[in-house]
Structure formats: C-alpha cells, structure tokens
Write a protein that binds this ligand. Structure first.
Ligand SMILES: *Cc1c(COP(=O)(O)O)cnc(C)c1O
Length: 386
C-alpha cells in the first residue's frame, strides 16, 4: 500500500516533468560576476538591478550599525524590537514616496500576506488579482478568505466586468507594478480609474519598479503620476533594487495604524535586524542621488533589445531590466540555461508553476553594474544556441 506521505513518488513525478528545482551554492558575494563550485559566471539572473547589494558604503553602514545595535532585533516591533533605525527608515521611505507613513515588514511575502488578509474579510470582501501576480499576492488573497477573482493579464475590460458583477462591499484590486517574470508594466492609470469608479481600493506591489524607474527611483506609481488617494496601498521590497532585505507598505496614517493593529505577519514576527534598516537608509540615499544607475539600465536594455532583433529574436514587451526570452517547453529552457552555464553565463530558466504552462523562459535581468561588453557576449552565446 502507498504510504500517504510517499514523497519519493511525488519527487519522481516532478523530475519526470522537468520541473525539479535545485539550489546552487555561491561562494562569492552577489554581483555581476559570481563564483560557484570553482567557476566564474557572468550573472544575468539577479534582482540587484542597481548593483547595490554589495556596495561599500552600504556594507560599511551595516558593519557600523552592528556595533551600535548588535545583530538580533530581539523581539517583534510591538514588543521591544522597534529601533530608532527602523523608525528613521520608515520616515525616510514615506518622505521619498510622498506618502504619510510607511511600515516595515520582514519580507515582501509577509507584507503581502499580512496586508491583504488584514484589509479583507470572509463576509463582505472581494479581491481582484491580475493572473500574472506574484505568488505572495495570490496567497494573500486566498488567505484573506475574500471572494477571490483573477482577471486576464492587464485586461481592464475583464476586470471591469468582474467589478460590475461583484456585490462585495470591500473591493481590493491587486497588481504587480512591474510583472516579475515578464517585465511589462501594469496599466496603472486605467486601474486607478476603474478603482475609483467602483469604490474599490488599488494595491500595487512595486517590487521590480522601486528604485528602477522614476526620477529618484520612486517606481512605477510615481511614473504613472498616481498619488496616495489613487493608490492607497503601495508595497515594495528592499531586497531587489534597494540591495538589502525586507519590505514596506506606504500609505495613509490610517492605513499604517490599521496594519499595526491587524496585520498578523507584522505583529507576530521578529523585527528585521536594525543594521539592515541602517544599511537600507544609506542605500535609499544612493538610489535617489545616483540616477546614472537608472540611465545606464535604459542603455543596456536598449542595446540588448536591438541585439536580439538583429538575431531574429523578438524581444518581449518589456522596457524594464527584466528581459525574458520565451522558449516554451521546460526541457528546452533548462537545456539552454545549462549550455549557457557551460559558456560562463548564469541565466536561470523559469518554469511552471512560476509561469504558465508552455511559457518556460530564460529570465534575463540586467544590473547597472553590467557593461556593454557583457551584453554583447551574451548575445553572441544566444546567437550560437538559438
Ligand atoms: C520578490 C517579490 C516579492 C517577495 O518579496 P521578498 O522580500 O523576497 O519576500 C513580492 N512581490 C513581488 C512582485 C516580488 O517580485
């Protein structure tokens, strides 16, 4: 008889479908050149878009802060874990984004679970999510117990139909600002109009837009010209372009006070180390001041897209540093990723269920630390392989 926990059989199925995942151990810091198992690779897979994850000023701030605050934060924010460093970072985030307040979370995943499930309930709520939303947003919607609806990707009419039909009192529209596996930007202005017309709230997860777009890196919401009343809930992560760790939600005084009372993933978890907050404060200054990093990303992306077109490969509909190459079957994506690795390029294959079936891809991402020469070498390798 099959034991109910026959994991071996499940693992075999995952392998047979080419969906088995394995971690590779890095021996170097994060950067455009990484080392693993004695070999060096040019890295095209990180979300460290601004090349700040190992920046000397940020690592120095981190070291100094551990001298001041130690390593562990010791408790949750509401117990005795909320330091002056956390508090200052929250104020600086709110200033930067033109919002009344900001609230730190230990990770983006937890922020999304906590916020959506705090705002919605099982009796009078509905959540409307783009099909391509990040897993943490989908899980937050499911956890909330609200009526759960997924609309077609960036399809405002589909969303509109669903909003019109909904009898829920509380309606929350939730979307990635920049879609993490496709790199396209949500139709934020249109979504804001729909939200207003249907007395819904709009929540944007700008994990891949923050730092990368906007005059001072304020992200997709600022680029779309939307304010706090149009986008009441702005969430973003600190572990990507900002180069550190954690996440935050920014919005009205009321929203933040409400989350402090009700977001379980905020209340019942240990605060991020204060030294992370101090390091992030320095990063935030660099993100605002060093706009050359954003300009350089635009140049790199343009060069890559022109190169792809010359190779007869259609670039995807993305102007962000996420430049996926669609391959279709998982097996093909894994094969090409493996061969690229033999050539010294680290380009992770992304497979279902992270993306839809039949849309496996290489997720190529750029960092402002890349140089033209890196791009040209990758294009040469792709030319040989595809
Ligand atoms: C990475 C990511 C998250 C999760 O953030 P973590 O801090 O890594 O937990 C949430 N939303 C999106 C869109 C992301 O890309």
């Amino acid at each position: 008889m099959n034991h109910p926990f026959n994991l071996q059989a499940d693992l075999a199925l995952i392998k047979a479908a080419n969906l088995y995942r394995q971690r590779q151990v890095l021996d170097s810091p994060q950067g455009i050149e990484i080392e693993s198992d004695g070999k060096c690779y040019v890295n095209f897979s990180s979300n460290d878009y601004l090349g700040l994850s190992n920046h000397p000023e940020i690592t120095k701030a981190f070291r100094q802060a551990t001298d001041q605050y130690g390593v562990g934060s010791g408790a949750a924010h509401l117990v005795c874990g909320h330091s002056a460093a956390h508090h200052a970072l929250e104020e600086e985030l709110a200033d930067w984004l033109g919002r009344e307040r900001a609230l730190l979370f230990s990770t983006g995943y937890m922020a999304n679970l906590g916020v959506i499930s705090a705002l919605l309930n099982t009796t009078d709520s509905a959540v409307f999510e783009d099909r391509l939303n990040h897993a943490s947003l989908l899980d937050g919607g499911l956890l909330s117990g609200a009526r759960f609806q997924r609309f077609q990707h960036s399809h405002c009419n589909d969303l509109k139909r669903r909003l019109e039909k909904s009898a829920a009192q509380r309606k929350l529209i939730v979307t990635d600002g920049v879609f993490s596996m496709d790199g396209d930007v949500a139709l934020l202005k249109e979504l804001a109009v729909l939200a207003q017309q249907h007395h819904a709230w709009l929540m944007i997860d700008d994990a891949h837009g923050i730092g990368v777009s906007g005059a001072k890196g304020q992200g997709s919401v600022q680029v779309a010209g939307l304010n706090q009343s149009q986008v009441p809930v702005l969430m973003a992560t600190l572990g990507k372009a900002i180069g550190t760790f954690g996440a935050f939600v920014a919005g009205s005084e009321e929203l933040i006070e409400y989350l402090i009372q009700r977001a379980r993933t905020y209340i019942y978890t240990t605060a991020m180390p204060a030294a992370i907050a101090e390091a992030t404060r320095v990063s935030l200054r660099l993100v605002q001041e060093e706009s050359w990093r954003r300009d350089k990303l635009v140049d790199l992306v343009t060069r890559f897209q022109q190169g792809l077109t010359q190779l007869g490969i259609e670039p995807m509909d993305s102007l962000t540093p996420i430049q996926p190459i669609l391959l279709g079957e998982s097996q093909r994506a894994v094969q090409i990723s493996d061969v690229l690795k033999q050539h010294g390029f680290w380009v992770t294959a992304i497979r279902p269920p992270t993306v839809a079936k039949g849309t496996a891809r290489l997720r190529v991402t750029f960092s402002s630390a890349h140089e033209n020469e890196h791009i040209d070498r990758l294009l040469d390798a792709l030319d040989q392989l595809l």
